[in-house]
Design a protein around this ligand. Structure first.
Ligand code: IYR
Length: 226
């Protein structure tokens, strides 16, 4: 066995009153309910310390066997953003002109999206999240080191990142140009990493509009077994 039982330490936990828990849970719902995907970014720069703090927050996510199978690339360089925009628009052009089904295009109509992706070089920062499909290096038997539940782990980290950005006063878009391998090339990522999500971050433009959509109600998403 290469690994033995990790050292265990006491959990730092404060038990709250029911009232306090209710108040906090109501507040967290109302704060997260105010988060919206934004496609119109002001080009004003954002404090890089804030972005680093949010990425550190995302890195606290749970992960399969605590492998932490994520890398966050923070891109504020204008030339790199431009290269990403151009490559994303080339892929998205193909998506909107044949690769996406008619049903898919119909489902997207309310959101008024097309292959133009100005937010990719207008937003002051892009966070490109990569998943690590295996761990670099070899195990004691000379085999590849494995990661587990990579999709789930990195998905949770991204959710935490979006919540952290929102709570810090920023707006973001979860963007999934596909295929995304151009991001590995532009950002020079190693072969065990695959692009997972591309997140433009910044402030909204003054006249930023968002689609007037409604969220499902609690009754629609909750099934209780008491
Ligand atoms: N990736 C494309 C298409 C797209 C797909 C879904 I599903 C969306 O919710 C939004 C867009 C694009 O970014 O335009």
């Amino acid at each position: 066995m290469e690994h033995s039982l990790a050292k265990h330490i006491p959990l730092d936990f404060e038990r709250l009153t029911d009232d306090e828990m209710e108040r906090r849970s109501r507040q967290v719902h109302s704060r997260l309910d105010a988060r919206r995907s934004v496609r119109h970014f002001d080009s004003a720069p954002v404090p890089v310390k804030v972005l680093r703090n949010c990425i550190a927050a995302a890195g606290t996510a749970p992960s399969g066997a605590h492998k932490q199978p994520w890398t966050f690339c923070l891109v504020t360089n204008q030339e790199v953003k431009k290269a990403i925009r151009e490559a994303a628009e080339r892929e998205e052009y193909e998506n909107y002109h044949g690769r996406m089904s008619d049903r898919w295009l119909e489902d997207l109509k309310p959101f008024d999206t097309d292959y133009h992706k100005p937010h990719l070089d207008e937003a002051p920062a892009l966070i490109v999240v990569f998943k690590q499909v295996w761990e670099p290096g070899l195990d004691s038997q000379g085999g590849k080191r494995q990661n587990y539940y990579v999709q789930e782990s990195v998905g949770i980290a991204c959710g935490m990142l979006l919540a952290a950005l929102h709570e810090s006063g920023l707006v973001a878009l979860t963007h999934t140009p596909s295929p995304m391998d151009f991001l590995s090339k532009i950002l020079n990522r190693p072969n065990y990493e695959r692009a997972f999500l591309l997140i433009p971050v910044g402030y909204p433009t003054q006249d930023c509009l968002i689609p007037d959509i409604k969220r499902k109600s609690l009754q629609d998403i909750l099934v209780e077994f008491e």
